[in-house]
Design a protein around this ligand. Structure first.
Ligand SMILES: Nc1ncnc2c1ncn2[C@@H]1O[C@H](COP(=O)(O)OP(=O)(O)OP(=O)(O)O)[C@@H](O)[C@H]1O
Length: 231
């Protein structure tokens, strides 16, 4: 369970995030939407202790993320390409993570086999450095890495951005499978309302740093979001 309490982030005079309370139960697929600058990335960065809140706390399974390290073992994330090691090839990068997570070669192959369709023969065994990959392929490496080591919680910032249509569909399938098989708690930010409403159990709408809607009814989600974004 992830709990956000009295969270505020301020840059000089500007309050960019102001969330009195938010709780995300285990195994929920939590979608986060909002226009540019709404605060989605800032919220994820605070939840991952990449940025410190001005006020308030985020706890993952009762551990304050800014005070403990233990939650990191159970958490995977891909927010942007800065999280990758650009001087490695994807194979070298996955092998490095394999050692960090104490996985065997068989565990790694088993993990990567889930990504065969998504990788589309562009990622593994290609001897291309991560720095030279296309934006879509970079994203695929980051997502595969975020799901290594059996995380219980996975943060994905804009996972569908830069993916071709087939890859978007394959990624949706993969997330739904992971959700079903491993009961991972997913936190996914997206500008793609169709994809995010399809895979998420709940959508939180941010506007200027505030939660202005918390949608849990799958049948009504799309219409409500449509009305907000077109209105
Ligand atoms: N280091 C910083 N210094 C000053 N302002 C910042 C900083 N980081 C973020 N902000 C501001 O915080 C607000 C929220 O930004 P954030 O990147 O979280 O929005 P977002 O919802 O992820 O946007 P997008 O959809 O464009 O990715 C923006 O107004 C942004 O300019």
């Amino acid at each position: 369970m992830i709990l956000v309490k009295n969270l505020k982030k301020q840059y000089k005079e500007a309050v960019v995030l102001d969330i009195p309370s938010l709780d995300i139960p285990k195994s929920e697929c939590f979608g986060l939407v909002g226009n540019n600058g709404a605060g989605k990335t800032t919220l994820f960065r605070i939840m991952l202790d990449l940025v410190r809140a001005t006020e308030g706390t985020v706890t993952i399974d009762s551990e304050d993320v800014s005070k403990s390290e233990d939650w990191k073992k159970r958490t995977g994330a891909f927010l942007d390409e800065h999280m990758l090691l650009a001087y490695l090839t994807p194979d070298e990068y996955f092998k490095t993570l394999m050692k960090i997570y104490g996985m065997s070669e068989a565990d790694l192959q088993n993990h990567l086999s889930k990504f065969t369709d998504l990788f589309n023969d562009e990622i593994v065994g290609k001897k291309k450095y991560i720095r030279d990959l296309s934006k879509g392929n970079l994203k695929k490496v980051g997502i595969a890495a975020a799901l290594m080591g059996n995380p219980e919680v996975v943060f994905l910032d804009e996972p569908f951005e830069n993916l071709d249509p087939s890859s978007q569909i394959r990624l949706k399938k993969l997330i739904l499978q992971e959700k079903e098989n491993s009961k991972v708690t997913f936190l996914i930010s997206s500008h793609d309302l169709n994809h995010v409403t399809e895979i998420c159990d709940r959508i939180v709408l941010l506007e200027k740093g505030k939660v202005i809607n918390d949608l849990r009814d799958k049948t009504a989600m799309m219409a409500e979001l449509d009305a907000y974004f077109t209105g």
